[in-house]
Write a protein that binds this ligand. Sequence first.
Ligand code: ZN
Length: 237
Amino acid sequence: MSSAQALYRLQEIELALLRNQKRLNEITAILADSHAVAEARSQAEATQQALAPLQARTRQLELEIQSNADKIRATDEHLYSGRVRNPKEMQDMQQEIQSLKKRGANLEDTLLDVMLAVEEAEARLQAAQAQLQQVTADWENQNRQLVDEQTRLKAEQARLHQQRKQALEAVDADSLAVYNALKPRKQNQPVAVLEGDTCSACGVEQTRAIISETDRGATLAKCLSCGRILVRKTARG
Ligand SMILES: [Zn+2]
């Protein structure tokens, strides 16, 4: 293996390490932030909060209707008890019964409206709770997959670190210095494959001299345009 090929192998391993690390960082961020679940939960809570006053209003109306009916019954009983003889008083009581009945009818209408609103709010609550359940299940499922992926990637990283150590042993100090100096300026890709007579990184055709230097592999040939170390890819990659 030439120095360029050893560097290329090192680069492939380091790029894989970077890719895995990027994904591991993403997974860590996702696992820390269950935004969808939080949103569904607050939606369910808001729906619950909207329902409570409607239920209270229903109970209140039912009590008012009950008390109104009691008053009608009491007035009615009094009116026909035989104790009221004064026609004016009897007429007043009949009028009061009428007005109580009217009030009762109004209360019943209002109660119907409120009960309808309660039904709608209950349906919304049920939907919100179902949604929360679904989102939570999805989240747990996604977490399981993410945790599995995280475990797999961590093992992969350990393997790659081991491979990197071995790859470094095959690289001489001078070549490594050139590689490390170029790395930050070439987006972590200081080595480019020479494809035919073209640098695969920048697409510029190389001179005959550079091509034969690359093919010999005795020294580090560099792309005349982007300055990357050129390597001829072997069959085993
Ligand atoms: Zn180039």
